[in-house]
Design a protein around this ligand. Structure first.
Ligand SMILES: N[C@@H](CCC(=O)N[C@@H](CS)C(=O)NCC(=O)O)C(=O)O
Length: 202
C-alpha cells in the first residue's frame, strides 16, 4: 500500500495526490501537520521535515517533483515524462520552475496570507511578476505545458498557479493559466482541492 504524508492545503502534496488519482491508485494518506513533521518518526522518513513524502513497502521518497518523476518512470514512461530527450528536457524546465519560481513566488504569497508564514513579500511578488507572464505566454499557444497531453510538467506546475488567488493574484488577468488549471480540474478522477478554480467557477 502506498502511504502519502500530506496535508489538505498543501499544493506540493496535491501534485502527488493528482498523480495517484489519475493513475487510479488507492493510497493511505497521513495528515502530517507542522508538529508531526518535526517528530523523530517523520524525520526518519524525510530529514527535511517536509511534506509530501511517499512510502511504498521499504521505498521512501521525498520532494514532490522527485515523486512525480518516479511515478511517471514506473507507471507512465514516455507519456508522462517525455518520449524524447527534447521532451524530457522541456519537462525538466517546468519541474525546475515548479520547485523554484512557482514555489518562491505565488506559493509563498499564498502561504503568507493563508498560513501566516513569514515571507519576504516584495521578493515573492517580484518572482511572481517574472514567472507569470512566461507561463501565460507559453500556455496561450498550447493546451499543455509540454507536447499535446498531460505530463508531470503540468502536475508539478499547476497547483500553486491554480491556487494563486489565495495569495491575492487575480487569475482573470492570466486567462491562459486560468483555462489550463480548469482543463486539469476537468480531467476524470481529478481530486478536489480547496481553492482550485473549477470549470465555470471562480
Ligand atoms: N521541494 C519540496 C518542498 C516541500 C515543502 O516545502 N513542503 C511544505 C508544505 S507545502 C512543508 O512541509 N514545509 C515545512 C517546512 O519546510 O518546514 C517539494 O517539492 O516537495
Amino acid at each position: 500500500m502506498i502511504r502519502l504524508y500530506a496535508s489538505e492545503m498543501s499544493g506540493n502534496a496535491h501534485k502527488v495526490r493528482m498523480a495517484l488519482a489519475f493513475l487510479g491508485f488507492a493510497w493511505d494518506e497521513r495528515a502530517t501537520d507542522a508538529a508531526a513533521r518535526q517528530s523523530d518518526a517523520f524525520r526518519a522518513i524525510n530529514p527535511m521535515a517536509q511534506i509530501p513524502a511517499y512510502v511504498e513497502d521499504d521505498f521512501v521518497l521525498r520532494d514532490s517533483q522527485a515523486i512525480l518523476a518516479f511515478l511517471a518512470a514506473r507507471h507512465r514512461p514516455g507519456e508522462w515524462d517525455g518520449h524524447s530527450p527534447e521532451e524530457r528536457g522541456a519537462i525538466m524546465v517546468w519541474l525546475s520552475h515548479s520547485a523554484n519560481e512557482i514555489f518562491n513566488g505565488p506559493a509563498l504569497l499564498r502561504a503568507e496570507r493563508l498560513f501566516g508564514w513569514s515571507v519576504d513579500t516584495a521578493r515573492a511578488q517580484a518572482v511572481t511578476d517574472r514567472i507569470l507572464p512566461i507561463v501565460e505566454a507559453h500556455l496561450a499557444a498550447r493546451d499543455w505545458l509540454v507536447g499535446d497531453r498531460l505530463t508531470i510538467a503540468d502536475l508539478a506546475a499547476s497547483p500553486y498557479l491554480a491556487l494563486a488567488p489565495d495569495g491575492g493574484i487575480d487569475l482573470e488577468q492570466w486567462p491562459a493559466i486560468r483555462d489550463w488549471t480548469r482543463r486539469i480540474a476537468a480531467l476524470p478522477d481529478f481530486p478536489a482541492m480547496p481553492g482550485w478554480p473549477a470549470e465555470g467557477g471562480a
